[in-house]
Design a protein around this ligand. Structure first.
Ligand code: AHR
Length: 499
């Protein structure tokens, strides 16, 4: 049995826990919006047509800032189509996902939905196929209080108060050849800088996200970030990172070490951003908005979509059903985002409902939690105060895809009167015996210890068996003389709430 020792010291602070780390993403894609969050005919629908069973689950998930309306979708989107009287809104083709968009949900409705869930809006503008003026128009419609053509239009459309959106994405994955209107780094850097400068002329306090690479595997990774920031550094506040992981070729060991890759990715982007800032002798620091991250069985999706010819509204797309192993990876990726809270100050789990999502629904039927729901919701509930960097003495193993990985990974957070420790055991066969020195946190009591694991690491939750996988109390947790001991089952994620 692997033996692991962890030291936690209240003084080893990384950064405050950022609530925006627990962001998510709603794209007009598949059934994320239509029959996901919005289904007027559903028995639980409110007067706006939003499913209240889904609202309840989103609240329980504890997601904070929600990125909207895309994703690849945004690069073909005309925001004007989605406001005003619903019966006058046009149906358009969405080239990104080869489907039809009815525009029955738009900015004003979505903002009302966000209020129900207690979340903040993060809005993306279409810089790919539109330009500076439509972005400024959207900003005026969304944020200007009143007395201008577009703010008065918003009021006439039934939204008297401005949405006051703070975070804005300047397009999406502009390096990807799949992106409608994709660009070179040079072209995008220039247009992003000009769009950002114009938006900040309207409101200097906006927080603007420039597109980084759509993945660290892109051939232009690194150069893209450098070139884009060389153009836009002084005008933007964040650079985005996107990362999706999946088990490939039956290599579960590598898949479980996905967080090692995410950590390396963050290191590279931070180094590149700081390199550009240093060259510019800028005192400003660019943070990371990790605004797409998750497990995604992308290869399977690409296979299933390649012969798609029909134009359908809200087709079933990207409806991945997650396993226990997937949940362990998602929990571990979130731990990494917390560990890097010094530079990753916003993140979005992609996505929220039905589309590579922690919440699933059936039209006219139930809504339920996927396996990945649990580590996200528990971490969002327990993480508070400051992130504490742990010192971990753990055996390591070699992976084919990500090099060396520790068998056990951990991160902690601490507030004045409570602390939390989050752990994964990546060992495929053996439980890990862990001791954690918590004297440096001043903790004396375990309030709760929850573990997600299963004898079948590929067990899933489905419409028929909605709670097949859920966390259970880890009864091995014990705290005596400032030392916590706990056993972590193989392929497991654990959270400990300390007082
Ligand atoms: O989240 C699904 C898609 O993944 C997004 O639309 C796009 O930005 C990324 O490629």
């Amino acid at each position: 049995m692997p033996r692991v020792h962890i030291e936690l010291d209240r003084k080893a602070v990384v950064a405050p826990v950022r609530r925006r780390t627990f962001g998510s993403f709603v794209e007009h894609l598949g059934r994320c919006v239509y029959t996901g969050i919005y289904e007027p005919e559903h028995p639980s629908a409110n007067e706006d047509g939003f499913r209240m069973d889904v609202v309840e689950l989103v609240r329980e998930l504890g997601s904070t800032t929600i990125r909207y309306p895309g994703g690849n979708f945004v690069s073909g989107f005309r925001w004007e189509d989605s406001v005003g009287p619903r019966e006058k809104r046009p149906v358009r083709r969405d080239l990104a996902w080869h489907s039809l968009e009815s525009n029955q949900v738009g900015l004003d409705e979505f903002a009302r939905w966000l209020k129900l869930t207690g979340s903040e809006l993060m809005l993306a503008v279409n810089v790919a196929t539109r330009g500076i003026l439509p972005a400024l128009d959207l900003l005026e419609y969304a944020n200007h209080p009143s007395g201008t053509a577009l703010s008065d239009l918003r009021i006439a459309n039934g939204t008297p108060e401005p949405h006051n959106v703070r975070m804005w994405c300047l397009g999406n994955e502009m390096d990807g050849p799949w992106q409608t209107g994709f660009m070179t780094a040079d072209d995008y850097g220039k247009i992003a800088a000009r769009t950002a400068a114009a938006m900040k002329t309207a409101d200097k306090d906006l927080e603007l996200v420039v597109c980084g690479s759509s993945g660290s595997g892109m051939p232009t990774f690194g150069d893209w970030e450098r070139t884009v920031l060389e153009h836009s550094y002084e005008h933007v506040d964040y650079i985005s990172c996107h990362a999706y992981y999946q088990e490939l070729d039956g290599d579960l060991g590598s898949f479980l070490a996905s967080a090692v890759d995410m950590d390396f990715f963050i290191d590279t982007v931070v180094a590149t951003a700081d390199h550009v800032g240093g060259k510019k002798r800028s005192r400003k620091r660019i943070d990371i908005s990790f605004d797409e991250w998750n497990v995604w069985y992308l290869k399977e999706h690409q296979e299933s979509q390649k012969d798609e010819t029909e134009w359908r509204h809200a087709p079933r797309q990207l409806e991945d059903v997650y396993t226990v192993a997937d949940a362990v990876v998602v929990g571990n990726l979130l731990m990494t985002l917390l560990k890097r809270s010094d530079r990753v100050t916003s993140a979005s789990l992609a996505q929220l409902v039905n589309v590579i999502a922690p919440i699933m629904t059936e039209p006219g039927g139930p809504a339920w939690r996927q396996t990945t729901f649990h580590p996200f919701s528990i971490t969002s509930r327990l993480a508070s105060g400051e992130v504490i960097r742990p010192v971990i003495e753990s055996p390591v193993y070699e992976t084919a895809r990500h090099g060396e990985a520790s068998v056990v990974d951990a991160v902690a957070t601490a507030d004045e009167d409570r602390a939390a420790v989050f752990l994964v055991n990546r060992d495929l066969r053996e439980a890990a015996q862990v001791t954690i020195d918590v004297r440096g946190l001043g903790s004396s009591r375990v309030a709760e210890a929850l573990t997600l694991a299963d004898a079948d690491v590929y067990a899933k939750n489905t419409a028929a068996e909605q709670d097949r996988v859920s966390p259970s109390a880890n009864t091995t947790a014990a705290l005596a003389d400032g030392v916590l001991t706990i056993e972590l089952p193989p392929v497991s994620w654990t959270a400990i709430d300390l007082r």
